[in-house]
Write a protein that binds this ligand. Structure first.
Ligand code: SF4
Ligand code: SF4
Length: 92
């Protein structure tokens, strides 16, 4: 089973009103060259957009916290989704 199929087993209750991960674009663009977040997210949710801004598809977040730990520039504001939202693991 590949990673996409495994992720497809999870269920996501999406909070369309607010993201639980906020990115400080100024810090990303002025201080970060390695872009750790692009490499560590197990769900591959980080992406640079056409304007050179870092984005995260928080709706598919597995809530592992890896990006928050990996970002050495403290550019991320990270908290768990609001009650009732976020990932539901089907098999532990
Ligand atoms: S690792 Fe942190 S500072 Fe670097 S691009 Fe990602 S969020 Fe921005
Ligand atoms: S918490 Fe984990 S799954 Fe969610 S965006 Fe960060 S690294 Fe990706």
């Amino acid at each position: 089973m590949n990673i996409e199929a495994k992720l497809g087993l999870d269920v996501f209750q999406i909070d369309s009103e607010q993201s639980h991960i906020l990115i400080d674009q100024e810090v990303c663009q002025s201080r970060c060259t390695i872009r750790y977040c692009l490499h560590v997210c197990p769900a591959d949710l980080y992406e640079l957009n056409e304007n050179g801004e870092m984005t995260v598809d928080y709706e598919g977040c597995l809530e592992c916290g890896t990006c928050y730990i990996a970002c050495r520039e403290d550019a991320l504001e990270w908290h768990y989704p609001r009650a009732g939202y976020g990932v539901q693991y089907r098999f532990g």
